[in-house]
Design a protein around this ligand. Structure first.
Ligand SMILES: Nc1ncnc2c1ncn2[C@@H]1O[C@H](COP(=O)(O)OP(=O)(O)OP(=O)(O)O)[C@@H](O)[C@H]1O
Ligand SMILES: [Mg+2]
Length: 335
């Protein structure tokens, strides 16, 4: 992979009382492919092994919310009964996809959200973006209660949280070139049209792509290139928070490593706040400074990767860890 060029480094935000990354080396986790950490400066934020274990979240009841994104008591219930008569009689079968989740994402955090299939991770991600309305609870972005906003009032806040999906191919309009796709996002972010070409090329370089690929349609790009273009388009919006829903699980192992390194570079150079949803605990361990474990719609445990993945408190986390295959072909990460 071509490393993204080094751009100007933004000053980190005020420190939140967490210790610099230091201290004892973290234990090792298996990974399918070797990953280089490189000599890059380490990101700001909590050291995986040095933070006190935080509670899964904070409730919003009347308190001051300092987190970039705070979820308070989020519940999402889907009504599954499709037949007309039982619906008319009020006999619905509600399905609780998210069950009272409270969670805070601080600026500069890279929060890993892990859990079995169907536990509600994507639903929670969509609620963070207000692509789905929660049945109950509040979504507070930088002090603004998004759940209270509708339509035009919500629009400017929507731009601030961007999502990258597992299947980037499906999320990119096949009838538009890369230039149009990125240009649209730049327009929504308020950049004058005359600056689009230069900024789009810069964004492509940032995600390790040749600017010449802007002329191509999505079907003319490889899986890894599509995923990078999707990340470039999300970055074009100038988001405060990037939510990545299984961004590498559709890619082969070497591409997974490349995209992971790109995300690490974005984390380090742009200080991007991210929520990284993944089944792969080793990837989460590598990228994130906080981990939240979800089971059956609830956050059952949260803390630093060292705490949660190496000293799990909850039975479910132990089972999740026990399910990680430890084949002899797996290499180990030195951290
Ligand atoms: N639109 C919907 N209508 C009804 N049920 C839904 C809907 N979307 C999701 N669900 C249900 O909600 C639960 C949580 O789904 P979700 O997609 O959030 O899981 P997930 O943790 O992202 O799983 P995966 O890891 O497989 O992507 C599942 O049981 C799913 O069937
Ligand atoms: Mg999902």
């Amino acid at each position: 992979m071509r490393a993204p060029p080094r751009g100007p480094r933004r000053e980190p935000p005020p420190h939140r009382g967490r210790l610099p990354r230091a201290g004892p080396a973290r234990p090792r986790l298996p990974l399918r492919a070797p990953l280089r950490r490189g000599a890059r400066p380490l990101r700001r934020g909590a050291p995986a092994g040095a933070t006190a274990r935080r509670p899964p979240g904070r409730l919003l009841g009347g308190g001051v919310v300092t987190a970039l994104l705070a979820l308070g008591g989020i519940t999402k219930r889907y009504e599954l009964e499709r037949r007309v008569l039982p619906r008319l009689l009020g006999r619905r079968r509600p399905h609780l996809a998210v069950d009272g989740v409270s969670l805070a994402v601080e600026r500069g955090d890279v929060l890993g959200l892990v859990g079995e299939s169907g536990c509600g991770k994507s639903t929670l991600a969509k609620i963070m973006l207000r692509l789905e309305d929660p049945t109950e609870g509040r979504v507070v972005l930088d002090g603004t209660d998004l759940t209270a906003l509708r339509g035009a009032a919500l629009r400017p806040h929507r731009r601030r949280v961007q999502m990258v999906f597992q299947d980037a191919g499906a999320s990119l309009n096949p009838r538009k070139t890369g230039a149009t796709l990125v240009g649209e996002a730049l327009g929504l972010a308020g950049l004058p049209r005359r600056d689009h070409t230069a900024r789009a090329a810069e964004l492509l370089r940032q995600v390790g792509l040749d600017a010449g690929l802007l002329a191509r349609y999505p079907h003319e790009l490889s899986g890894g290139q599509k995923q990078r273009l999707a990340i470039a388009r999300a970055l074009a919006m100038g988001p405060d928070l990037l939510v990545l829903d299984e961004p590498v699980s559709a890619l082969d192992v070497s591409l997974q490593a490349q995209i992971l390194m790109l995300l690490m570079a974005l984390r380090d150079r742009l200080g991007l706040t991210m929520v990284f949803i993944s089944h792969d605990l080793a990837l989460v361990h590598h990228l994130c400074n906080r981990v939240a474990v979800m089971s059956a719609g609830r956050i059952v445990e949260a803390g630093s990767p060292a705490e949660v993945l190496h000293r799990p408190r909850h039975d479910y986390t132990r089972r999740l860890l026990a399910a990680v295959p430890r084949g002899h072909h797996r290499t180990r990460i030195a951290t």
